[in-house]
Design a protein around this ligand. Sequence first.
Ligand SMILES: [Zn+2]
Length: 387
Amino acid sequence: MRREENERAGSLFVYSEEMGQFDFGPDHPFKPERATKTYDLCTRYGVLNYPWMTILRPEPLETGLAHLFHEAAYLELLRAASRGEVRLEMLERGLGTQDTPILPGIYEWSLRAAGGTHEAMKRLLGNEARTAFNPLGGFHHAMPGHAEGFCYINDIVVAILDVLRRQPDLRIAYVDLDAHHGNGVQTPFYGDPRVLFISLHETGRTLYPWSGYETETGEQDGKGFTVNVPLEPGTDDEVYSYVVDSVLLPLLQSFAPHLTVAQLGADVLISDPLTHLKLTNNAYQKTIKGLVHMSPKVLGLGGGGYDLYRTSRCWTLAWSILNDVEPVDEFAGLVGGMMFGPEMEVGSLYDHPFLSKGDVKDKAFEEARRVVAYIQKEVFPIHGISS
Ligand SMILES: [Zn+2]
């Protein structure tokens, strides 16, 4: 996808200030203000002011659409919880746990986040845009009947199910870069070859949601269309790039999607407080460049990312890559200029290189090679790829 194509067809940045103000509470790691920080950083780096870019204000998803994936009883309990009601059966649905607390307005907020993803996808497929990014979306853990992993309504699944209903011949690639396995998206498409699901994540042996092993490859018609790449703690840019080049890019090329939905969780970074991968945003950028190259249309979504400042840097870079524009710090060199995050990194969006060493590195590479060999043996033949 080239810049000229964006210029012709346009791009969408899904954002509203009110959405960024929603608060999960001081002790909860999920901070919607990351979207605001991303918007501010994109503005500061001059990557939001090109004429083909549009800010799309998310409207609430029609509740009927939420029913495409979620159980009516769950949605009703979520709505009641959002209004301040407390019922015993809420807890069985994940509502009121530490990860997915009951918050006033959470139902409406989640519907609006999902509405942003849905509208962006609709416009992409209606040729009103070529690329879009919703930093308020990417809730890949939400299940049909319960909330988990900071996710209440699965914006990704709802949007994909709706477009497949209207355009059943579409090929959609779903690429999940979040450090956590995209379990809530894997499940509904496990038998569906129209959706190529590829998730790169920290192994389920050490991280929630404890799933996403390489042996999970889909079933029936969907066999080979679910691809999981579990990674060891300590996985660095070098190991990650090896996996991207060996598995992700060949599969995308062979599948030739009409649309790629990319969950761009930034909790893979070395500084993330919740995970154990050790990436810098250099590998993250390279991966996004690769998938953009293989996809005629891309819908990028937020997701995890609990180092707020570095997450917003990642997403500023992601937006720049999606649009093929170069971020330039218009304030660089100004004494007493606006400070943004740790002082030593002011003036650059790019992380310093980092590579793991010793046993940690050896083990990460060894496991990655084993997983890649498994996928090349079991999955590649289904796609007619010779490894
Ligand atoms: Zn995550």
